[in-house]
Every structure is written in C-alpha cells, then in structure tokens.
Design a binder for this molecule. Structure first.
Ligand code: MD3
Ligand code: FE
Length: 214
C-alpha cells in the first residue's frame, strides 16, 4: 500500500440495507465524555442478569438510563419507568448520549430522533445474544441507534422472518449502527464474544441501544 491510500479521515458510512447504516468510529471523539457519563449511571443502576420469562438467567448483563428501561422477568419483557433493583426511576439519559444518538440518526437519514430509553448491554468473552426482534417499543416507525464499546463483536443481521439467512457484520469499538424503516423488525443477534483485552475497556464489550420506547 502506498501512503496516499491511507484514509486519514477514517472509513465512510456503510449502508447495510435500505434503512440500516453502519457509521464506523462515529463515537470515537466522544468516548471519554461518554464513559465519564456512564460511570454514575452504572453506580446508581448496576449491571445485573435479568430472568427470561421462561425462568432462565440472561447471559448478557444489562442496565438502563432514560425515562424508560427495558426489563425482563417471569411476567415477560417490557419497558418500566423504574429500576426493579432499587425501585427508583432509572438514571437520566446523559446529554452526550442524547446528542450522539441524534447526530448518528441524522447522518443515517432519520431526522429529529429523540430517544427516551437507553439499554446498556454488558458482554464478557463467550457471551452471546440469540436471534431476536426488538418489538417491545410502542412505535416501530422510530429508528434505533446502537453504540459499540470495547471488545469487537460479530452481529448477525437477518431478515423479517427468523428462518431467513443472516449476514455477519463486524461491530468494533466506537462503531455506531442505525436502523429503522423497513429494517426495524429484522431478526438480529450477536455471536459469542471472542476472548481478548480491549485497551480501553478490558475484557468486555458494552453496547448501548438508544430507543424511543414510549
Ligand atoms: C437491529 N443488542 O439490545 S445492537 C438489543 O450488540 C440488541 O448488544 C445487540 O440486539 C448488541 O436488543 C445488537 C445492533 C444491531 C445489530 C443488528 C440489527 C441491531 C439490529 C439488525 C436489525 C435490526
Ligand atoms: Fe435487539
């Protein structure tokens, strides 16, 4: 490779489907403010393993911030204004996250996105997330913005039917993925995280999904 081939401005947005855009490294310039904002959120609402409606422990640990948070227990999956661990409202959505999500959505063609919920997923090496659809939100016309931090992941990008074939897409530290429109109800999942140590986050992957849930 010759010097002039190096793209000093980083990779460009990639359209993965008609209404799905991967923004590689989009969060890079706000990583430290973002981690600073997450610390107090996770002190007030620590990661925990929720129970599935079937009574199993979820492999992914999770927390939330925003006026609504995604919860799971024997009664099912739903959004709740309070943290079941503390009985208190979830911590507020930090400005840096709100701003990043709005800019990412706008870049992907979804204007005026104002999320009210941020699900924070925590993966250790070996943790996976099986194929599912996100359908607990009220309005499927609203997009979702996902921010990946730490160890890399391979996400499975499927179709509108579970049995459709899936594409494998790499999600790296600071990558932002936005999807909406006709892609909003695609099946998706995450392959087991490979062992490794991320220079900033250590032996973990954290994924933030910003949603308009209510
Ligand atoms: C949407 N989280 O929290 S986000 C979830 O990396 C969830 O923690 C995953 O699925 C995570 O509900 C994936 C990125 C993603 C990937 C593929 C998709 C979202 C997608 C395909 C279609 C729709
Ligand atoms: Fe999902």
């Amino acid at each position: 490779m010759i010097q002039s081939d190096l793209d000093l401005f980083g990779p460009q947005p990639q359209r993965l489907a008609s209404h799905t855009v991967l923004l590689p490294g989009f969060a890079l310039d706000v990583i430290e403010p973002l981690l600073d904002a997450l610390r107090p959120v996770l002190r007030a609402a620590p990661f925990r393993h929720m129970q599935t409606p079937g009574g199993l422990n979820m492999a992914v640990a999770l927390s939330n911030c925003g006026t609504l948070g995604w919860v799971s227990d024997a009664r099912g999956y739903r959004y709740s204004p309070t943290d079941p661990l503390s009985g208190q409202p979830w911590p507020a959505l930090p400005e840096v996250l709100l701003d990043l999500a709005g800019r990412a959505a706008g870049t992907a063609g979804f204007d005026a996105f104002v999320p009210d919920a941020c699900l924070i997923n925590h993966y250790l090496p070996g943790t996976r997330l099986s194929l599912h659809q996100d359908r607990d939100e009220k309005d499927f016309a609203q997009p979702i913005v996902s921010i990946s931090l730490g160890l890399p992941a391979v996400f499975l990008f499927g179709g509108l039917q579970r049995a459709e074939r899936t594409q494998r897409i790499a999600l790296n530290h600071a990558d932002v993925l936005v999807w909406g429109g006709e892609d909003r109800l695609r099946f998706h999942g995450v392959l087991p995280i490979k062992p490794g140590v991320h220079p900033r986050l250590g032996e973990r992957r954290i994924n933030l999904t910003l949603r308009k849930a209510g």
